[in-house]
Design a protein around this ligand. Sequence first.
Ligand code: SF4
Length: 376
Amino acid sequence: REVLLRIDNLVKYFPIRAGVFRRIVAWVKAVDGVSFDVYKGETVGLVGESGCGKTTVGMTLLRLYEPTSGRIIVEGEDTTHYFLPTWKAKNYVRKTYIERFKEKGFVPKDDIDKKYFDIFTKKGENGLLEYLTGDLEDKRLAFRREIQIVFQDPYSSLNPRMRIKNILAEGPLAHKMITKKQAIDTVGKALQEVGIHPTHMYRFPHEFSGGQRQRIGIARALLMNPKLIIADEAVAALDVSIRSQVINLMMDLQKEHDLTYLFISHDLSLIKYISSRVVVMYLGKVVETAPKKDLFDEPLHPYTKALMSAIPVPNPEFRKQRIILQGDVPSPVNPPSGCPFHPRCPVAKPTCSKEKPELREVKPEHFVACHFPGSL
Ligand code: SF4
């Protein structure tokens, strides 16, 4: 399988400022060392409760937030520095690759290292710098086309002063994918694909229902021919009856256009329906990741198990098995030592508060960050 997106040790901290001089007094560790892969053509569900950092991961991937550290690799190219000023981008390449490559006995950590080390040996330091930081403007434009988002709120994600035609044509025109003459045709086809009559393109967003607006949001993403669509709670604001229609539409479009989705949601039933693999986050960290079937059949992290037990089921007998977690999610400003879940974990042992569990593969493709996986 081909990896489309690799997130490698992604970190995003937000500063808290106080006082007259607005000095930084603390950091909110919203995303703290997240790593996972997204393969071409699959749907990865990113789940966790509110405040676990899943939306920050999405926003950082889109580069609406700049990552504090870590790497974002798209189709085998490091894109982390694309949105930095050129001098900062060069510093990033020097620090991340060149300085390491110059070390005695350097051993490549992964295939990206290998690829860039090859260029470094053949073309030297300047050759690698040129490869990674040349034509940054073009690289940014391509990146903006290739990764699209469908936002949560269909009411605020469309400009109320613009007609649908202009909202949808704005992106392709800006990227010179179509001419003005082609706009009506292209927008009409995109609307048809999402189940809206093309003549409605002259209407304003307030003339549509929530479900229709979300369809328009999907059409806007589709028009850019994206490789990856990030759907951030894309159906959370819709009525339950409309949700399934929008989800089924997204699944049909995935087959037709060979799309890859990163589906961010707190709704496990939805994730179970739509995803092929699931990544579970807690307090800015990935605690478990596995193919959907493995994760739902046999969750190994106590937090995932507790989440699963909260999925409503029609059989009242199942209520007996619910795992109620004690306490609240700790503050991401001062996360607990060792395992971040230890203050709430029903099976925590003394070592859990001292040693941080690393994400390790306990079964094929099933990774868990727990010292005692499967003990709950
Ligand atoms: Fe619970 Fe310890 Fe596993 Fe953390 S490492 S989830 S505290 S058992």
